[in-house]
Structure formats: C-alpha cells, structure tokens
Design a protein around this ligand. Structure first.
Ligand code: FUB
Ligand code: ZN
Length: 691
C-alpha cells in the first residue's frame, strides 16, 4: 500500500504531452545508464532541511519574487508592448524577461503541488496573457529589443543581447507548465520563438550562437517534450559551433563567452562561470540523447568536471574566483574573501553535475552536487527567504566595504533584490525542483542519490525515506510497495562518510563492496527497512598547497556541511583565532533550536588566540633550519611521510603549534556556512589560521 498522497504519475519514464498534465514529470525528463530522473509526481519532500527550504520557497521567496518583479518593471516590460504607445524598457540589462520566466518555472512546480497561493495563480494568469500578447507575429520575443523605443534591433547583438538565453528560459518555464499543469499556452509561444531561431540559425541559417549558453539545455528539453528533432539538432549546432570566435564584444574577451576554443577541446573550465556550467550542462544533455551524435564526448565532459573539482571549485562548491568578468580563475586561484561564487553558478554546477551523474552513475559527482547544494547554493538565501547573496565569499573582513551583489552600494549582507536579479528567480525554480534531483529509477533499480525526508515511488519500489539529514546521518528507508521479482535498492554512500554502516531488517549488510554505493538486490516486501548510518564526523581539511590564498589554514566540515566562524560567536577577532588538528577532539556538537528559528547543529570549542603582534607588515623571516629529511617528491611526500613544508605547515607553524599551549584560549562557536550573515553584519571566516 502506498502512502503517496497526490496524483499518480505514469510509469517511470512515461512521456507527457503539452495537451495534458503529466504529474510525474521532472524538470529534466531523461535517463542514462542509472535510470530516469524521478519527478514531482513521484517524489515528495515531507520534512527535514530540504523540505523546510521548499516550504519557505512557496511561502516566502516566491511571493517576494512576484512582488519584486512587479515593482522592478520586469512584467511591465511585457505590458508596455501591448499598449498603443509603448513606454521605455525598464532596467539595464537585455535579459530581464528571464527573471519572469525563471520565476514562472518555479511557480508552476509550486502550483502543481498545491503549495502556492492565489497571488501565484493570479501572476501566472496575468503573465501568460502578457507574454502571449507581447510575442511578435514572426514569433520573436524579447522585450528589450521590441517596441518603437528599443535600443537595438532584434538579432543585432548576439554576443550581449541574450536573445537565445531568453528563449532558453522561456522554453524551460513552458515545458514545466505543460508537464506539470497541463497548460500548453506558454509552450505554444516558446515553440513559435524556437522555430524562428531554428529558421535563422539552423542547419540552413547563419552559423551563429548566443553569448550566454542556456538555450542548449532548454532545446534538448523541448525536444524531449515535443519529440521534434529540429530542436535537438539546433542544440547540437549551438554547442558544436561555439569556440569559433564569432562572438565579438568591446569589453569581454572570447574566453569570457567560452568562444576561444571549442568545448570538445577546452583544457579546463574557463571564462564567465555561469556561462561555462550552463554550456557544459547542455553538452551533457546531448550525450544523454546519444553520445554518437553529441558534439562533445562524455570523456571530455568528465575530464572538465574532474579538473574543475580538483582545482577551480571552492571548498563550498562555489565557482568563480574573480569579480572581474564574473570569471572562473586560474587553477588554484581561490581567494576566500574575493570569491565571486555566484549563486547562479552554484545552480549551474548542480545542473551539470546531475546530468553527469545520469550519464555516468558516478557517486563522487553527487558528492560534489551535495556539497554545492548545502553550501554554495544554500548560503544564497536568508533564513526568512526574502534576501539573497549574489556572490558568496568564504571570508568577510571586519572592515569590509564592498556590498553584496554585482552592483556597488546597497546592503552589507543579503539584499532583497538586484538590478541584475538573475540569482533570486533562479533560486525559486531550483528549490521548487528539489524533488527532481533526489532519485532515479530503472525497471530494476531505485537509486537514492541525495538524502531527504521524502516519499518516493517508482516502477520497482515505492519507499519512504525518513531522516534529519544533514543534521543527522541516519537514513531509514522503508519499502511501501515492491514490484514482483528481484529489484535493487541503491543508496549513495558519500565519500566523507567513513565508517558508514547499514542494516536490512535489523541484519548488518556490507557497505564496502563498491565505492560510493550500497546496492541491495532481493525480492522486496512492504515493510522491509534499510537503516543507513552515515557518520557525520567533524573533520578538518586544509587546502591544496598551490591554493596560496588558503595556505596555513584549516576549515571544519561535518558531513556535507562546511562550517565557519562569525565574529559574534568568537571571544577574539576571527582573524586572530588559531585552529589545529589537535583541537578537533575537543569540538562539541550542540543543537541550537532558537538562533535561526530552526534546529541547527553548531560546533562549540575553545581556540587559541594569536593577536596581531608584529607592527611590521613584512617582518624578516628567520633562517630556516636545513631539512632533516630527503627532498619532497612532487606530491609533497617523502617515502609516504607528509613533508611539512610543502603540505602547508612550516617549521614556524610547528613552533607555533607547540607554543599554542601557552596562548590564551577563547570560546568559539562554528556555524554552518550557509547560515552566516543572518545576524548583524560582521567578520566571518571559513578558513581559520593554523599559525
Ligand atoms: O548574463 C545573465 C546573467 O547575469 C549571468 O548568468 C549572471 O552571471 C549575470 O551576469
Ligand atoms: Zn545570478
């Protein structure tokens, strides 16, 4: 018997259509070797942290976004085209239509699960009518370029105009509405615009492409929804053509647009961070639709991903080291206080990672997706769901002056909205789609990729997962219904969960057979229960030795969560605190139910203080004693022994560590990074000094 309380989906993987609701539809309706993504009619978040975030999305963030879009003029930009005498376009950027589309994409999911209120329904009705009315007779839609007073004519500036980026977000909202509400009106608009794009830039058209990738992912999804192969072909063309250097811009170099080298030959992720990961996600979608015809082989996409994870991603999963050009940095260029790590880049990284998991089944890719989700992405939204970070640094200095966001001025912490408001609407849609990124199923296997308190149904198994993850590491999976015959339940064992154990109906089962996965195959019966214990060890990590900005520091993690120290929780300036590995056993886990109005695990300890003593900024270094051991090998080890100098701990550090016994120690509380900046503005550090 299933406890699932809302509409039955078709069998896993059944195709929906624009003419009727397809309540089982996921945002990405696709499968790979591991199975097909389970969608909103098949997965329901019940509680826990992700469930709370999703409720906050419907109750606070979505209504807030609707009000801001109305206030800022995004909706008025469509309305003005329906008037006899259109007024001026409001806003600075040519992509402000997308903030309506992204919000609609999220709104549709919230409406479909009955979580959104009447103001969401009213916004939906009004905006669909305006979008329909604003579309030009030839199918064109881009309010910046339409109307008598338009600054530029359509298709005159592919590098910066974002017209196909606009189309991409329109398509994604339209597909969501067709699948989840059975409302095909937006899909009809999107198809007319997509057909125009195919006519202009298809196999027989100009061999051009958009300055901001996004439409590639969307066209693949439009193909999945409609079955029209021209959309798939167009997506392939856009990915394959990029790198030809056709995007000319007075300010940004070709690498900003990933237009210097074709993606199939790109040695490392580069350029504008959001553009990079959206492009890679689209290219991975094309692999999922048939690698033989995909412009970029899966091996190249995996190589780019692995290289990004190894050398370009922040500990939090944030991507983008430079404010200049919102760009990815060089290898190991990861300054904590200058981290750009845009919230949209976190979303794009998860979109790419999810598709890469579908294509490869790699559990370590999901570890990264999870890291991004609980850190670089989650930090972008305030506890009340009505304020946002655009950039997500890992350090704030006490005298910090630059305000949050792409523009100068404004709030010292999260802002209610931005002149370039790409992040908040992206948050709305991503949170609304959490359930589409938790599990996949094939005829034989249900795979739980990420953990949440949720109910899941699939062809092989219906299960209920109960957990307080990530605060606790116990996940209890109970089978509610099983198909006849042997079926597999696959559970991800995160790489950080050393010592994970599992019990099936009280009997211990092994977890070590396959790195990253626990697979249990049997004839299941309702009531069978698997209890997975993922030890949420408090652990410290240091940065790669080439990450100069973080050398000589440690960061603290617990499970998938990165922790930080905010000034209000430290008995001395955060820049003067010293943390060594020897401090870890003294760290106490505490549950705080009040500070943020929700249960949170914080970490209490006492740390040594090294107040800034030397008045000189660059005091002369004392001569180093000659090394007693053989020179280090390139990986920083000598005969398997970590070499102190190359691993980031100098002899000076060792002296300091020894001396730290004598130092004053002060109480310190570490809090999850995603919660920082919800109290009064102050200094914050993820990486704490070792010496
Ligand atoms: O260009 C559209 C969006 O605006 C980008 O994705 C963000 O990085 C911001 O620049
Ligand atoms: Zn953004």
């Amino acid at each position: 018997m299933s406890k699932f309380p809302f509409p039955q989906a078709g069998s896993a993987g059944s195709a929906g259509s624009a003419s009727g609701p397809a309540s089982g539809a996921a945002a990405v309706r696709v499968g790979g070797p591991v199975g097909r993504t389970l969608g909103s009619g098949q997965v329901r978040l019940v509680g826990g942290l992700l469930g709370r975030w999703q409720r906050r999305n419907a109750d606070a963030t979505l209504p807030h976004a609707l009000a801001e879009l109305t206030r800022a003029g995004n909706l008025a930009n469509f309305r003005r085209l329906t008037a006899d005498n259109p007024g001026r376009y409001r806003g600075r950027y040519p992509f402000l239509d997308t903030d309506v589309y992204k919000t609609l994409e999220g709104l549709v999911s919230e409406l479909a699960r009955g979580a959104a209120g009447p103001e969401a329904e009213a916004f939906w009705a009004e905006s669909v009518a305006l979008i329909e009315a604003a579309q030009a007779p030839d199918g064109y839609l881009g309010t910046y370029f339409q109307g008598r007073d338009a600054a530029k004519s359509p298709w005159s500036d592919l590098a910066w105009g974002h017209e196909l980026y606009n189309l991409g977000h329109l398509i994604q909202a339209a597909v969501a509405a067709a699948r989840q509400l059975g409302d095909g009106r937006l899909l009809a608009v999107a198809r007319r615009f997509a057909d125009l794009a195919v006519e202009r830039y298809g196999p027989a058209g100009e061999p051009l492409y958009c300055g901001h990738p996004e439409v590639e992912m969307a066209l693949v999804e439009l193909y999945r929804e409609t079955g029209e192969p021209a959309y798939l072909t167009q997506a392939r063309l856009f990915v394959a053509r990029r790198g030809a250097g056709r995007l000319t811009h007075g300010i940004f170099p070709p690498s900003y647009f990933q237009d210097e080298v074709p993606l199939r030959d790109l040695p490392s992720v580069t350029g504008h961070a959001v553009r990079m990961v959206y492009l890679a996600a689209g290219a991975t979608d094309l692999v999922l639709e048939g690698e033989a015809e995909a412009p970029v082989p899966l091996a190249q996409l995996e190589r780019l991903w692995d290289d990004m994870v190894a050398a370009k991603l922040y500990l939090t999963g944030g991507l983008g080291s430079r404010h200049a050009d919102e760009a990815i940095g060089d290898r190991h260029e990861l300054p904590a206080e200058r981290a750009y790590a845009e919230t949209c880049a976190a979303i794009g990284t998860m979109q790419w990672g999810w598709r890469l998991f579908l294509a490869t089944g790699r559990a370590d890719v999901l570890d990264v997706v999870e890291r991004v989700l609980f850190n670089a992405f989650a930090v972008g939204t305030s506890v009340d769901g009505r304020a946002f970070f655009y950039d997500n640094p890992l350090q704030r200095r006490p005298d910090h002056e630059q305000r949050s966001g792409a523009e100068s001025g404004g709030e010292p912490l999260r802002r209610a909205w931005f002149g370039c408001p790409c992040c908040p609407p992206n948050i709305v849609r991503w949170v609304a789609q959490f359930q589409d990124h938790l599990a996949v199923a094939s005829a034989s296997t249900l795979t739980l990729a990420l953990y949440a308190d949720a109910e899941l149904r699939s062809a092989p198994l219906d299960v209920t997962a109960r957990t307080d993850y990530p605060w606790e590491g116990r996940v209890t999976v109970t089978v509610d219904r099983a198909a006849e015959g042997d079926r597999t339940l696959a559970l991800r064992v995160p790489g950080w969960a050393r010592g994970a154990t599992a019990h099936l109906n009280g009997e211990r089962v092994g977890t070590g057979a396959e790195p990253g996965w626990l697979r249990l195959t049997r004839e299941w019966a309702a009531g069978d229960t698997v209890v997975l214990e993922l030890p949420q060890r408090v652990r410290a990590v240091r940065a790669h030795p080439h990450n100069d900005a973080a050398r000589g520091t440690l960061a603290v993690l617990r499970g998938p969560l990165v922790y930080c120290v905010e000034q209000q929780d430290a008995g001395a300036p955060v820049d003067d605190l010293l943390l060594t590995a020897a401090d870890l056993p003294g760290v106490r886990e505490e549950r705080d139910e009040t500070t943020w109005g929700q249960p949170v695990v914080t970490l209490a300890t006492e740390l040594a203080v090294a107040p800034e003593a030397a008045p000189e900024p660059y005091p002369e270094a004392a001569p180093e004693p000659a090394p007693a051991t053989a020179p280090a090998t390139t990986n920083g080890t000598t005969n398997g022994t970590t070499n102190a100098t190359t691993s980031g701990t100098t002899s000076e550090a060792a002296d300091d560590e020894a001396a730290s016994d004598a130092r004053e120690r002060v109480p310190v509380r570490l809090v999850p990074y995603f919660l920082w900046g919800n109290r009064e503005p102050g200094a914050m550090r993820v990486w704490l000094r070792q010496f």
